[in-house]
Design a protein around this ligand. Structure first.
Ligand SMILES: NC(=O)c1ccc[n+]([C@@H]2O[C@H](COP(=O)([O-])OP(=O)(O)OC[C@H]3O[C@@H](n4cnc5c(N)ncnc54)[C@H](O)[C@@H]3O)[C@@H](O)[C@H]2O)c1
Length: 255
C-alpha cells in the first residue's frame, strides 16, 4: 500500500458494492488500508473472494457477501449483514454497475431493464436500507455516477439515464436530509481502466465522430485514483461536502 495512505477510517464500518473488480475493489482496499472494517459485496463469488483475500493479506478487515443487487431483498439483507457483522454502518458505497452501448431504438427490453435494475434501482434500495443506520452513526453515502450522467452521450442512452438518476438520487436525498446528521454525495468518474471499460460493447456501425465528443484528451484513470477521492469524500474531514457531485474525469465534462 502506498505510503501516503492516511488512517481516517479506524473504527468505521463500510458496505461497498461492486467490490469484485475495478473501482469497487480499489475502494474496498483503500478504506480497509485506512482502518475500516469492510462488508465487501459483489455478485461474482470468485472475484469477491479475491478482494477479501487481498484485504486480509494486507492486514485489513473484510467480510465478503455474495449477492445480486437487482434484488431489493438482497439490498436490505446486505445492509443488515454489515450491521450484524460489525455492529453498525458508517459508509455506504454504491459502486456496482454495468455499461454497454446500443443504437437506442435497438436495445432490448431485457437489457434496458437490467441496466436500470443494477445502476439505478439498486442504489435507491441500498440507500433506503442504509439511511436509518447512517443516521445513527452520523455516517455518509457515496454514489458512483459517471460523466455519462452529466453529458448526453451517443449510443449510451440507457446508461446515461441511469447515471443521471444516480446524480438526482444524491441531490434529492441531500435536500431531504439537510437537517439530519448524514452526508450524501456522488463521484462522477470519466473513463477508468477496469473490466467495465475494457469489455465495453458498441455496435459495429456507429458514427465515430459522435464518440470522439466524449473520449477525452487525457487518457484513462486508474481505479485507485477514484478510490482516493472516495476515501476523501467519505471521511470525517469532509464534513463540508454534502449533496455534491464531484467530477473525477480528467476534464471530460469541463466544456
Ligand atoms: N470504468 C469506467 O470507465 C467508469 C466510468 C464512469 C463510471 N463508472 C462506474 O463505476 C462503477 C464501477 O465500475 P467499474 O468500472 O469498476 O466496473 P467493473 O466491471 O470493473 O466492476 C463492477 C462490479 O460490479 C459487480 N456487479 C455487476 N452487476 C452486479 C449485480 N447485479 N449485483 C452485484 N454486483 C454486481 C461486478 O461483478 C463487478 O465486480 C459503475 O457504477 C460504473 O458505472 C465506471
Amino acid at each position: 500500500m502506498t505510503a501516503f495512505v492516511a488512517d481516517r477510517f479506524t473504527g468505521k464500518v463500510a458496505l461497498i458494492t461492486g467490490t469484485g473488480s475495478g473501482i469497487g475493489r480499489a475502494v474496498a482496499l483503500r478504506l480497509a488500508a485506512e482502518g475500516a472494517s469492510v462488508l465487501a459485496h459483489d455478485v461474482n463469488a470468485d472475484s469477491l473472494a479475491e478482494t477479501v483475500r487481498m484485504i486480509t493479506d494486507a492486514g485489513g478487515t473484510a467480510v465478503g457477501r455474495q449477492g445480486d443487487v437487482t434484488s431489493r431483498a438482497e439490498c436490505f439483507a446486505a445492509v443488515e449483514a454489515a450491521v450484524t457483522t460489525f455492529g453498525k454502518l458508517d459508509v455506504l458505497g454504491n459502486v456496482a454497475g454495468i455499461a454497454a452501448g446500443y443504437h437506442m431504438p435497438e436495445q432490448s427490453e431485457e437489457s434496458y431493464r437490467r441496466m436500470v435494475a443494477i445502476n439505478q434501482d439498486a442504489p435507491f434500495f441500498l440507500c433506503q436500507a442504509a439511511i436509518p443506520h447512517l443516521l445513527e452513526s452520523k455516517g455518509n453515502i457515496v454514489n458512483i455516477a459517471s460523466n455519462a450522467g452529466i453529458n448526453g452521450q451517443a449510443y449510451t442512452v440507457s446508461y446515461c439515464m441511469t447515471k443521471g438518476a444516480v446524480i438526482q438520487l444524491t441531490k434529492a436525498l441531500a435536500m431531504e436530509f439537510m437537517k439530519a446528521p448524514i452526508r450524501i454525495n456522488a463521484i462522477a468518474p470519466g473513463g477508468v481502466a477496469t473490466t467495465l471499460s475494457t469489455t465495453y460493447q458498441m455496435p459495429g456501425d456507429i458514427d465515430m465522430d459522435l464518440l470522439g465528443r466524449y473520449m477525452g484528451f487525457r487518457g484513462m484513470a486508474e481505479p485507485e485514483e477514484l478510490a482516493s477521492l472516495f476515501s476523501l469524500v467519505a471521511c470525517d474531514e469532509s464534513i463540508n461536502i454534502h449533496g455534491a457531485v464531484l467530477s473525477s474525469d480528467r476534464g471530460m465534462t469541463a466544456g
